[in-house]
Design a protein around this ligand. Structure first.
Ligand SMILES: Nc1nc2c(c(=O)[nH]1)N[C@H]1C(S)=C(S)[C@@H](COP(=O)(O)O)O[C@H]1N2
Ligand SMILES: [Mo]
Length: 325
């Protein structure tokens, strides 16, 4: 914990007072967007009008949404700017250069989009993006801590993964959840690099996947995700290193055995399955004790479980997490 007088508020307690983006608002937002886009096209370059937010880009969920709903996370840390969140990215399918992802991903086709959900499920099902947007969307302000020791505070829009998994009815043998990103080297030039084995795969234990903090994100700052952030739908697991939060998901399977993730396959001595944020367990090549908050100077202390210990530490009782990077 940071200090004695910090009041911890669980994200689920924050959101009701803020906005729950109902499906209707999403649809209304889409219609408003179409109108706004026309107006912008008629009135001049984007951003020239007084109501156009400088960061407004394609895929605005709803221009009328008062998002984000707060200026800080529950620890009082300021939100990272939309500019930084959308221009400093890890998305190896496009490039390993964080500053170039946004440009290389700008034409990535995110519609139509389908996510196949199955494996050990009683009711396996294919969800179109429009089906995913039928789940009640809410805002969650989470810290994202990359294993490379930088971090951001991001106002996500999305819904708990648990709701999707409940829809497909996990069978009793299901112990883990395995996720896959799209493979399409024509659109994703980084996938031509043979040094990695695609698709990008990630996994969670079923109880981690069912935890209320575990989000399927569809937006940031009240706008639909941009490709560089994993459009149209990506995972967010805030108490684990960022690489667990897999982008542009096309497949989710309930499975019996622990999945082998992209990073476990690429560098097994550096990246493990659990990857819970832990300032006491260093990466083999650098310290994890502190982090650089993007947009701020200096370094800050990294918190156990990225500051979510109260919510998630119980999931790991009796486990030696120092074994897991
Ligand atoms: N498919 C896929 N998902 C991915 C990655 C990736 O390269 N490919 N990078 C991960 C890493 S290392 C981080 S830190 C976060 C970064 O998310 P952001 O760019 O939206 O901040 O995405 C994660 N999800
Ligand atoms: Mo990362």
């Amino acid at each position: 914990m940071i200090g004695g007088n910090v009041v911890k508020i669980h994200p689920s307690e924050i959101t009701p007072e803020h906005i729950y983006l109902s499906r209707r608002r999403f649809l209304k937002g889409a219609a408003a967007l179409a109108a706004a886009t026309l107006a912008v096209a008629a009135c001049g370059p984007e951003g020239s009008g007084p109501t156009a937010a400088p960061t407004a880009g394609p895929g605005l969920v709803s221009p009328s949404l008062p998002a984000p709903s707060a200026e800080t996370d529950e620890l009082g840390a300021a939100l990272t700017s939309y500019e930084a969140i959308t221009n400093y990215n890890n998305f190896y399918e496009f490039t390993t250069s964080k500053e170039r992802v946004a440009d290389l991903a700008k034409d990535f086709r995110t519609s139509p989009w389908e996510v196949q959900v199955g494996g050990l499920a009683g009711k396996p099902r294919v969800f179109g993006l429009e089906d995913l947007l039928e789940f009640e969307q809410e805002e969650r302000i989470y810290r994202l801590r990359c294993v490379e020791a930088w971090s951001m505070v991001i106002p996500w829009v999305g819904f708990p993964l648990r709701r999707l998994l409940e829809e497909v009815e996990p069978l009793s043998g299901a112990q883990y959840v395995r996720f896959e990103t799209l493979v399409d080297p024509e659109q994703m030039p980084g996938q031509e690099r043979a040094s990695f084995s695609w698709p990008y795969v990630e996994g969670l234990r079923l109880d981690e996947a069912m935890h209320d903090l575990t989000l399927l994100a569809t937006g940031i700052y009240g706008k639909s995700l941009l490709p560089q952030n994993g459009a149209p739908v990506r995972l967010v697991v805030p108490w684990k290193y960022g690489f667990k939060s897999i982008k542009s998901i096309v497949k989710i399977d309930l499975v019996e055995e622990m999945p082998v993730s992209f990073w476990m396959a690429s560098a097994p001595h550096e990246y493990g399955f659990y990857a819970t944020v832990n300032p006491e367990v260093n990466h083999p090549r650098w310290s994890q004790a502190t982090e650089r908050r993007i947009g701020e100077s200096g370094r800050m202390e990294t918190l156990p479980f990225n500051g979510y210990a109260e919510e998630v530490a119980h999931l790991y009782e009796g486990m030696d997490l120092s074994q897991w990077y």
